[in-house]
Design a protein around this ligand. Structure first.
Ligand code: ARG
Length: 273
């Protein structure tokens, strides 16, 4: 597995584009930037320990969310060729992230397809692969819009749309993660009745995350790169014990500073096979 990370050099909470970015009084959260850097390095250390291939490129000044590089593209391969759909961000604050991302993708030999202006797509924040089943789950409603399916269908055959009705779960990766072809975790409150039915049909072992662990610990934002190791924000006790029962190897990390911006492990990287 190949991992792209972007260091949190300019990371901060400078605007609010999701409900997690504000404190109880409605003010922008305050980030401890040196702590954020340490937390980010710890996450990278785990990727190194797991022998994943790590890539990075320089962030752009004035782009405080660029560390969340999951959102700027969706990678896949077709006919043995690396491909990426470049996102079209919902918020104008994040649009400047796209040009350097496109340059990097091209420099790595990706064939890049740009999301047309009339659609919104936020990369693997909303597009989550079940690689073994060759299916893409696509969250929509807040950032990504459902119309984009007609564009994605030019490249990707099996797309399973999942509507996200709750603004706290504004990206699919805040409430759903695939561990292997039969196992996934989800926050039931984040989905519609139809969505829940779809997920139950797709996964024999669908593990429900407590709402509390889903919000406080961002537990739904875990990342499993290899059907075995799970990297997850520390403190999600119930989910941890469910995963341990199934013999997953758990790596807990602290991402408190990034949660203040509405992200954790899964969105602090992008990935491709
Ligand atoms: N502040 C960022 C935003 O609202 C956080 C993105 C986190 N990414 C994610 N896939 N959940 O866009």
């Amino acid at each position: 597995m190949n991992i792209l990370v972007i260091e949190p050099k300019y990371f901060d909470v400078k605007y609010s584009i999701n409900p997690h970015m504000l404190d109880k009084k409605g003010n922008l959260n305050t980030v401890d930037t040196s702590l954020a850097f340490k937390q980010w390095e710890e996450v990278c250390t785990i990727y190194k320990k797991l022998n994943l291939n790590i890539y990075h490129f320089e962030p752009l000044a004035g782009c405080p969310d660029m560390v969340f590089c999951a959102n700027t593209f969706l990678a896949f391969s077709k006919d043995g060729k690396l491909q990426a759909i470049l996102s079209n961000m919902h918020s104008h604050f994040r649009t400047p992230e796209l040009a350097p991302t496109k340059n990097w993708l091209l420099s790595q030999g990706f064939e890049v397809h740009e999301t047309p202006d009339e659609f919104k797509l936020e990369g693997t924040g909303d597009g989550i692969w079940n690689y073994e089943a060759n299916e893409l789950f696509l969250g929509h409603g807040h950032r990504t819009n459902i119309g984009v399916v007609s564009f994605l269908n030019n490249y990707i055959d099996n797309i399973i749309p999942l509507e996200l009705p709750d603004p706290r779960f504004y990206h699919l990766d805040t409430c759903f993660a695939v561990l292997n072809k039969n196992t996934a975790v989800y926050i039931e409150e984040a989905f519609t009745t139809d969505g829940i039915r779809t997920l139950k049909r797709k996964f024999n072992d669908l593990i429900r995350i407590d709402l509390k662990e889903g919000i406080k610990n961002f537990a739904g934002n875990l990342f499993c790169p290899d059907q075995k190791n799970v990297i997850i924000q520390a403190g999600a006790t119930n989910l941890k014990s469910e995963l341990a029962k199934r013999n997953f190897i758990i790596h807990e990390v602290e991402t408190s500073e990034f949660i203040k911006s509405g992200g954790s492990v899964f969105c602090m990287k992008n990935h491709f096979l």
